[in-house]
Design a protein around this ligand. Structure first.
Ligand code: FES
Ligand code: FE2
Length: 388
């Protein structure tokens, strides 16, 4: 069945949110049209609001590696689709996800970034909060009989660790994702993620809608244009990938490696040495293996046209024994910075076109089945509970 001719109509700039959601449902068909998203999906405030509510308000977002929260007092602070978020490690070693906004008069308790603190002290009137979100002290409040300091605390979010990767969910009651990742968990056993160390971690701000960045990560096709001298030479088995949609959240993307990866410490099988194994956790987390090194990346919206790109490179601790770690780190950071720069420049150019009145949906290549997998998951997340 081919419905491409029907759906490849141009979508005018005043397209309503409901019309866009109706378009999106086509990706749920058994044979979805091989066609790109309506351009308005990237700029519609109604769609962004819906994404904030139905996706980022209830999804597991990859925010960092456990080594970034190793010591009591360590914290990460970021913005997830307009929602300030802090992840802390308290004095007892427990992780917490918190809304770091003062309960007095709305002052943010911390700026986006990372650090180590004894507590969060509000800079406005000096209320203090413990790292588990409970109130430690509030100055000059005894005279207000309605104020119960024991009941005053920062709202909590859910936090989970998966083999050293830390995820946060704004819905404190969110179900865990372990079952979704069961196949990945089994297939990644030989990578021994728990014994890996993060050799480098980074955060960048890209001027594009989060889906512009995410859909790019579901295909190797763009290595031809964006990365001719960096990623393309690594694609020794070509740019095709096998796509497996395991659950509404998880997609595995397997790219052949024509030249097998060398191993020094991991017990990778011949088949594992011949594949770049990766998976995506909807909406915006990616983990990819390159033989013995593993990269994670998370593409988190901070506004409708801004994406925070967080990532890191992991290596087996054993592979670094006796190595010049500073030199390895410098090499990894140099490579990452070049490749990220190539993606960033290209995707910011795509973003720059989104105001044009002459945009149309485009036909996809057979090299892009992963993009359709992402659209399907997007459609599932955004159209549930919407009547047709
Ligand atoms: S707003 Fe934080 S103490 Fe007043
Ligand atoms: Fe890329």
């Amino acid at each position: 069945m081919s419905s491409a001719k029907i759906v490849r109509r141009s979508v005018p700039a005043d397209t309503s949110t409901d019309e866009l959601l109706t378009n999106l449902r086509d990706y749920l068909l058994p044979e979805p049209p091989a066609i790109s998203l309506p351009p308005r999906m990237f700029t519609s405030p109604g769609i962004y609001e819906r994404e904030r509510e139905q996706i980022f308000g209830r999804s597991w977002i990859l925010v960092g590696h456990v080594s970034q929260l190793a010591a009591p007092g360590d914290y990460l602070a970021l913005d997830i689709a307009g929602e300030p978020v802090a992840v802390t490690r308290d004095e007892d070693g427990r992780l917490h996800g918190l809304s770091p906004v003062c309960r007095h008069r709305l002052m943010p308790l911390v700026r986006p970034g990372a650090g180590n603190v004894k507590d969060f002290t509000c800079s406005y009137h000096l209320w203090r909060y413990r790292l588990d979100g409970s109130l430690l002290a509030a100055t000059h409040m005894r005279g207000n009989p309605d104020f119960e300091s024991a009941e005053c605390r920062l709202p909590a979010f859910a936090v989970r660790q998966w083999h050293g990767l830390i995820f946060v969910n704004l819905d404190a009651e969110a179900p865990p994702f372990d079952d979704d990742l069961a196949v990945v968990d089994a297939e990644m056993t030989n990578y021994q993620l728990d014994d890996m160390v993060q050799i480098s971690g980074w955060t960048e701000q890209w001027h594009c809608n989060w889906k512009v960045a995410v859909e790019n990560g579901y295909e190797n096709y763009h290595a031809l244009g964006f990365h001719p001298d960096t990623v393309k030479p690594l694609m020794t088995g070509g740019i095709d990938m096998q796509v497996h949609m395991d659950s509404p959240l998880v997609t595995r993307l397997l790219s052949p490696a024509g030249t097998p990866f060398a191993t020094t410490v991991l017990p990778l099988t011949e088949a594992e040495r011949r594949v770049m194994y990766s998976f995506r956790l909807f909406p915006c987390a990616a983990v990819a293996t390159f033989g013995e090194s593993v990269a994670w990346i998370s593409l988190i919206p901070t506004a409708i046209d801004r994406t925070e790109v967080r990532g890191g490179t992991l290596m087996p601790a054993g592979a670094l024994h006796g190595a010049d770690v500073a030199a390895v780190r410098a090499q990894v950071e140099a490579t990452t910075s070049v490749i990220n720069g190539e993606d960033r420049r290209g995707l910011e150019e795509v973003q720059r076109t989104l105001g044009s009145r002459f945009l149309e949906r485009g036909h996809l290549s057979p090299k892009e089945p992963g993009v359709l997998a992402f659209y399907r998951k997007l459609a599932l997340a955004l159209t549930e509970s919407v009547g047709r």
